[in-house]
Design a protein around this ligand. Structure first.
Ligand SMILES: Nc1ncnc2c1ncn2[C@@H]1O[C@H](COP(=O)(O)OP(=O)(O)O)[C@@H](O)[C@H]1O
Ligand SMILES: [Mg+2]
Length: 244
């Protein structure tokens, strides 16, 4: 597997708490790597380390052959790695279309080109009917789509999705799964944090399990579902891995 992104021995501490503890993983070109783990396991912090929002105390992040763990997020985005936020934060004073334009401008200084690109991202995510509405009035499902459209408008090669299914109805979730699959079919490699087990099992080529900041297991979904360490780590959690 040729990897586009490598996390090597990454550690992040908050005072006495080790939120990410010596985590190493590789994302293959064109792969969907799911990341699961209980609340507080360190999943979002791992995304913060990869996307440049936080610097690791130890370890490296290599994207496309280049060390990025000390770069600011806008330079990392410029190289083609972007993330969405678990708590969706659109520019609430702007319309849906304008929000996506912010992403589109990253690589398209020409306004006509960036408008055309923003529109095609809105179409891809099913947001055309809401294009001229203020972002603050959107439903949760539409805000999640907007978050995705804005990230996609930057033409990422690697996309990090932080709980894009959380809070969606089963129908909305199933639609979002299809959108994520077609993003991958378009050539993007994805790291996907998700709590909805059925969806992450169906979506991921491999799954990494994070527990107390550590990488507990990584492998194909069927292997992970049977792994006794994984099952044990989730006992008493709000979800359980369904047997196959
Ligand atoms: N900025 C921060 N400052 C202090 N502690 C934090 C910060 N961000 C996260 N944490 C703590 O780090 C741990 C991991 O959090 P997080 O990465 O958000 O977990 P997850 O996304 O898996 O639910 C939690 O105990 C959380 O309270
Ligand atoms: Mg989180």
């Amino acid at each position: 597997m040729s990897s586009i992104l490598s996390v090597r021995n990454a550690t992040k501490r908050f005072g006495g708490l080790t939120a990410v503890d010596n985590v190493s993983l590789e994302l293959g070109q064109g792969e969907i790597l799911g990341i699961i783990g209980p609340n507080g396991a360190g999943k979002t912090t791992l995304f913060n380390l990869i996307s440049g929002a936080m610097r690791p105390d130890e370890g490296e992040v290599v994207f496309d052959g280049e060390r990025i763990e000390r770069m600011p997020p806008h330079l990392i985005a410029g190289r083609g790695l972007v993330r969405t936020f678990q708590v969706v934060k659109p520019f609430s004073g702007l319309t849906v279309f304008e929000n996506v334009m912010v992403g589109a401008f990253l690589r398209r200084p020409d306004p006509l080109e960036s408008e055309a690109h923003a529109l095609s991202m809105l179409e891809f995510t099913g947001l055309i009917p809401s294009a001229d509405r203020p972002a603050k009035g959107l439903t949760l499902a539409s805000r999640k789509r907007l978050e995705l459209a804005r990230a996609l408008a930057t033409d990422p090669r690697v996309l990090l999705l932080d709980e894009v299914l959380a809070g969606l109805t089963p129908t909305e979730g199933a639609e979002m799964v299809e959108v994520v699959k077609s993003i991958r079919d378009g050539g993007v490699s994805l790291l996907v944090i998700e709590h909805v087990m059925a969806a992450i099992m169906a979506l991921s080529d491999r799954i990494a399990v994070i527990h107390h900041g550590e990488l507990l297991a990584i492998g194909k979904p069927a292997q992970i579902a049977k792994d006794p360490r994984v099952v044990e780590a989730y006992l008493g959690e709000e979800f359980q891995i369904a047997p196959d």
